[in-house]
Design a protein around this ligand. Sequence first.
Ligand code: CP3
Length: 347
Amino acid sequence: MRAGTVTPPFLAALRGQPTSRRPIWIMRQAGRYLPEYRAVREKRTFSELCQTPELASEVTLQPIRRFGFDAAILFSDILVPLEPMGAPFELTDGGPRLLHTVRSEDDVDALRIVDSREHLAFVGDTIRTLREELGTTPLIGFAGAPFTLAAYLLEGGGSKDFVRLKSMLYGRPDLLRRLLAKLTDQIADFLRMQVSAGVDAVQLFDTWAGILTPADYEILVLPGLRRIFESLEGTGVPRVLFMKGGAPYLRQMVGSGADALGLDWTFDLASALAETGSLPVQGNLDPTVLYGSRDEIRRRTREICRAGDLAPGHVFNLGHGILPTTPIEAVETLVETVRGHRPEVEA
Ligand code: CP3
């Protein structure tokens, strides 16, 4: 924390402290719905953007300049650390594709755990560049959670049924555990590097853990999340866990060691607070509400702000990433509405 300054609302909310206004940022805020992002991206590949600190910083700043969001999120991708581990990927129109999928015991053993300072140095450089340019706006670092990254490694990309992953889960659980343990070590190292480089908060994205039974989630996923969060203990940096489809696992998310929880839109925010207890929350407008009328966007945004008034801390966000065809005016309406919100109850 920079000395002598007021705590920015985003960090105050994540610490459960009172805020001067409801902080807002949105997942995938630097991306294709922004014409200025498309302009930069036209001439370069996605990985060029991620690996060039000046470009990654520029696109990180674009949504801050346009909308004045309360936090910036590092421009990168959850798959970026897989490349130095020995699993390169490419971005296709259908989403990311791994060039080689992990199939066998040898494939798992061949994955390397690398020193992030050395092999992901461009991420540290981007963070240091951004720290200088952002002023008081906090910077969020992030990583994919081990299970979600394992799903990419095994399936080679997105999947409907996750048959390869589940075949390993039900056929060679020991091997899946080994893979998850490697990813856990890599991600913990990567996030610690991001914290040393200067991020103000970290978020773990567990996009696909929602395909597990709650019992398997508890056995396979939770210990890794706990280890990663514990390894950041004492840094003072708030740790946020976002899970897509997290509703059946809320109790486990609460016990993950995260300081705050990111909730998707299938949660009724007001009811979820009974279980999240003292933990601040982040969320949770359905991103497709932004295709609705101005009145509907306002109505649903206010509803979430009102539910958030009752939380120990609330960071407004979408329940998942913003979609590339989202109209800019809808985001303007969203931000204006959150800015106009006044809590009815004093915290
Ligand atoms: O949020 C931000 O603005 C920061 C950067 C960020 C990206 N991806 C940039 C990106 C973050 C935090 C992510 C996380 C991510 N990436 C997740 C977890 C969150 C979630 O959405 O569930 C996942 C599963 C991925 C994997 C991924 N990367 C997919 C499925 C895709 C293609 C589909 C899509 O939504 O665009 C990507 C590519 C990607 N990552 C783009 C961006 C801006 C699009 C790149 C382009 O074509 O220019």
